[in-house]
Design a protein around this ligand. Structure first.
Ligand SMILES: [Zn+2]
Length: 95
């Protein structure tokens, strides 16, 4: 098995440099800066303003963009199924 990249979640900050984030724990939505450590260049953990949950920024970005991200995964899976079974007239693939 090898890893597959199905898409990249991108987030564009607003004019104040804030990203739209959503807590994966309590689902509170808020705006915050995503900062990174000067030494390691690793993104600092994001802390939820509502419940205090601390996690990687990508977790918050994924929640905020979940519908788009899930659709990318779904489309990818559907294309793979069509490739695998598309030539078989006994199998009908519908969304
Ligand atoms: Zn929270």
């Amino acid at each position: 098995m090898s890893d597959v990249t199905v898409g990249q979640i991108t987030s564009t900050p607003d004019s104040d440099g804030n990203h739209r984030l959503k807590c994966p724990k309590c689902h509170a939505e808020f705006l915050a800066h995503i900062t990174s450590n000067d030494d390691t260049q690793q993104a600092n953990n994001t802390v939820c303003e509502a419940c205090g949950y601390s996690g990687k920024p990508v977790e918050f970005l994924y929640q905020a963009n979940k519908e788009v991200a899930d659709k990318m995964v779904g489309d990818y899976a559907m294309n793979e199924l069509k490739k695998a079974f598309g030539g078989n007239k006994h199998i009908n693939i519908k969304l």
